[in-house]
Design a protein. Structure first.
Length: 103
């Protein structure tokens, strides 16, 4: 009954394999930061350039992060960041778009 002595991490939402993943963790942080930035700035009509561009960067970083992610913790954070980035991106597009009024 050796399995009773090992901690079970399969049921945990933030399960990890015990190995470092610096690229995946960086993409996770970038996606979350740009997602929150895009979501918050999308609530202001005059900040549509910032919200649409930061949402686009968050979507691209999150999509690549999902492609190379290895643990559930990474995937969970990336989905949250992708959702925030998507909402910010689309509201930024609705308020004026990526180049609205500049070009």
């Amino acid at each position: 009954m050796a399995q009773t002595m090992r901690p079970s991490t399969t049921g945990s939402l933030f399960a990890t394999d015990g190995k470092p993943h610096p690229l995946q963790d960086t993409l996770l942080a970038v996606t979350l930061v740009f997602g929150v930035l895009a979501f918050v700035t999308s609530m202001f009509h005059s900040l549509h350039l910032l919200s649409s561009w930061s949402g686009l960067v968050g979507i691209l970083a999150g999509a690549y992060g999902q492609f190379i992610s290895e643990t559930t913790r990474e995937r969970f954070g990336l989905i949250v960041g992708l959702g925030l980035s998507g909402v910010g991106f689309y509201l930024g597009l609705a308020h004026g778009g990526l180049f609205g009024g500049v070009i």
